[in-house]
Write a new protein. Structure first.
Ligand code: EPZ
Length: 419
């Protein structure tokens, strides 16, 4: 078993390069199944979810060549099965995108129920509702999803809840359907726009991604023969922005789209942090103890739930009492128990948590419960006095490329150690 051993406190200083967006890449890879051709994807994050998806696609008949650690060429002309390897698909969340893509490509798929971070109930009823409105038949038996359609026909689909996954999945299924599909009450995250841009680059006809109404005019096929570059990861960028404040540092975060971070930037300024927005990079630095804040996570462009734990670290040593309301997930405060082991004073109750700011955190052995909780605990270890050991790194490696090297390059005293 591996752990990260961190000694603090260390103010993080210097420049950090942001990788391609995990939540775009894990949708774009399944989307290649819609292409009867070859395409190249660069700026792809080299994370375990991406490598796992490549393994799944190869087992389904795709040919993948890694041109560099962050660029692949994928040939999906010879997909030879409608069954995704059930033992692999339950290891992460994004396997559910195989349903929309394979319904579009082959009209059929058998795939295990998706796994992913334990954040409470993670139903997929809106995905299924969309597929059924397009004409598919979907049933779940013994943890396996069977979806089948004799041709898909475009339809108007109103999402009962704003859902990133359902919006992308229905978009995938609609791309090759006959006629026009309208997704209303769609999610607007930057990774949804990126998936739409990828598909349009390969020959699809999708308009309105990034707004709450997306229109997809079905086309007969996607031919590929193009190269696409994945959008920078706004959640990774935000993670380092909050690390700059939590560690009393000064960071220049490069290769990001600052427009995607407006809700976080506003909050950092509100609590007394300093921000210099250069469009494709952003400088964030600490000058005084953060003020207390009230945070409510919301779908984009609201404050992202995927930055909630990282903000929690900042608020645990802010001036006064802060509150976080987590409106997206039922259970995304497990990390607060770990921060309390480090001397924080947090009371989590259901979808809300109260942070009574303490003067400092102290190193301790802590356990990551999910991807972003893990990132938060790394930040806490860098800011805390003493030695911190972060366990359950498999969660972190799913979504952050070379995490300890990136932190070490900006001054962190951090080592990955095998127990
Ligand atoms: C995506 O999850 C991300 N994962 C999550 O990021 C992120 O937290 C979430 O979007 C919200 O931004 C990937 O993109 C792989 P949702 P997803 O469907 O698509 C409810 C990370 O750290 N809902 O937008 O699963 C759901 O329970 C991960 O990178 C239904 O009720 O999230 C939740 O309350 C963690 N029925 C809300 O909608 C459905 O059919 C939003 O979920 C679908 C969702």
């Amino acid at each position: 078993m591996e752990k990260l051993v961190i000694s603090g406190p260390t103010p993080l200083k210097g420049e950090v390069e942001i990788s391609g967006a995990k939540n775009a890449a894990v949708a774009i890879l399944p989307a290649t199944l819609l292409i009867n051709g070859v395409c190249t994807i660069n700026n792809i994050p080299n994370i375990s979810d991406v490598r796992l998806l490549c393994t799944i696609l190869e087992k389904m008949g795709a040919k993948i060549v890694w041109n560099t650690p962050n660029e692949i060429t994928i040939d999906t002309r010879h997909i030879n099965t409608t069954q995704a390897p059930l033992d692999l698909t339950s290891k992460f969340r994004a396997s559910y995108y195989l349903i929309g893509a394979m319904l579009g490509r082959k009209g059929e798929i058998e795939v295990g129920m998706p796994g992913g971070c334990k954040l409470g109930a993670r139903p997929i009823d809106q995905h299924i509702k969309g597929f059924e409105l397009l004409g598919a038949n979907v049933r779940t038996e013994n943890g396996t999803i069977y979806a089948k359609a004799n041709g898909l026909n475009g339809a108007p689909i109103y999402m009962d809840i704003v859902s990133v996954g359902a919006t992308i999945n229905v978009m995938l299924a609609a791309v090759l359907a006959k006629g026009t599909t309208i997704i209303d009450n769609a999610a607007k995250e930057p990774h949804i726009v990126d998936v739409a841009n990828f598909l349009n680059t390969m020959g699809a006809d999708i308009r309105g991604a990034g707004t709450d109404v997306i229109k997809i005019n079905g086309v007969s096929e996607l031919t590929g023969n193009k190269t696409y570059s994945v959008v920078p990861d706004q959640i990774e960028a935000g993670t380092f922005m909050l690390a700059a404040i939590a560690s009393k540092g000064d960071l220049l975060i490069k290769n990001c789209i600052t427009k995607h971070l407006e809700s976080l930037t506003a909050k950092i300024v509100e609590i007394g942090g300093n921000v210099e927005d250069n469009g494709d990079s952003i400088r964030v630095w600490y000058s005084k103890r953060p003020n207390k804040a009230i945070i409510k996570t919301l779908p984009y462009p609201g404050f992202p739930t995927d930055l909630q734990p990282q903000m929690g670290v900042v608020l645990s040593t802010a001036n006064g009492t802060s509150i976080i309301n987590e409106s997206i997930w039922e259970s995304r405060f497990q990390y607060t128990e770990e921060l309390n082991k480090m001397g924080a004073h947090i009371t989590a109750q259901g979808k809300s948590a109260i942070f009574e700011g303490v003067d400092e955190l102290f190193g301790a052995p802590v356990y990551s419960s999910d991807l972003r909780a893990g990132a938060a605990l790394i930040i806490a270890g860098i800011a805390a006095t003493g030695k911190t050991e972060v366990y359950n790194l498999e969660h972190i490696d799913r979504g952050y490329e070379n995490i300890e090297n990136k932190f070490r390059k900006i001054g962190a005293n951090i080592e990955r150690v095998s127990e």
